[in-house]
Design a protein around this ligand. Structure first.
Ligand code: NI
Length: 138
């Protein structure tokens, strides 16, 4: 890796123990790998800009028996069809479905879409995970 620099970090013992537990739970090879990932995620969160483009994944879990839910879900997705790249639906069990929607577009529209979908009555879980668009790696 080019330009790899080392720096020392001082932590309270208990915090380091918790961090080491986190590292092993998430299968990191070492502390450096974990710290790099955490810093990248923090910088990505920090770089959120409502007017810029972003891409990511909206995931929803819902009870498909909920009245009007499927119509509402479809209407909202058709309204924002230009920022939806793909969606996949799986049937988890008799009542529950998982829908994963890949999106790319103006950040504030993507966020609004995720919020609108998550707010539908009958949606039991809704999450938006933003992915780096590329400039974050430079
Ligand atoms: Ni289903």
């Amino acid at each position: 890796m080019d330009n790899l620099l080392r720096f020392g970090v001082s932590l309270p013992k208990r915090l380091l123990e918790k961090f080491d537990h986190f590292i092993s739970k998430h299968s990191y090879k070492n502390r450096s790998e974990a710290i790099r990932d955490i810093i990248r995620q923090k910088l990505l969160d920090e770089s959120w800009n409502a007017s810029k483009c972003c891409c990511g994944v909206i995931s929803l879990v819902y009870d498909h028996h909920q009245r009007n839910l499927l119509d509402r879900l479809t209407d909202i997705q058709h309204d924002d069809g230009d920022i939806i790249l793909s969606s996949t639906h799986i049937h988890i069990d008799h009542e529950h479905c998982l829908e994963v929607i890949i999106v790319r577009g103006e950040s504030k529209r993507v966020k609004r879409l995720a919020d609108n979908l998550t707010a539908i009555k009958g949606v039991l879980h809704g999450a938006f995970t933003r992915a780096p668009t590329g400039s974050e790696f430079k």
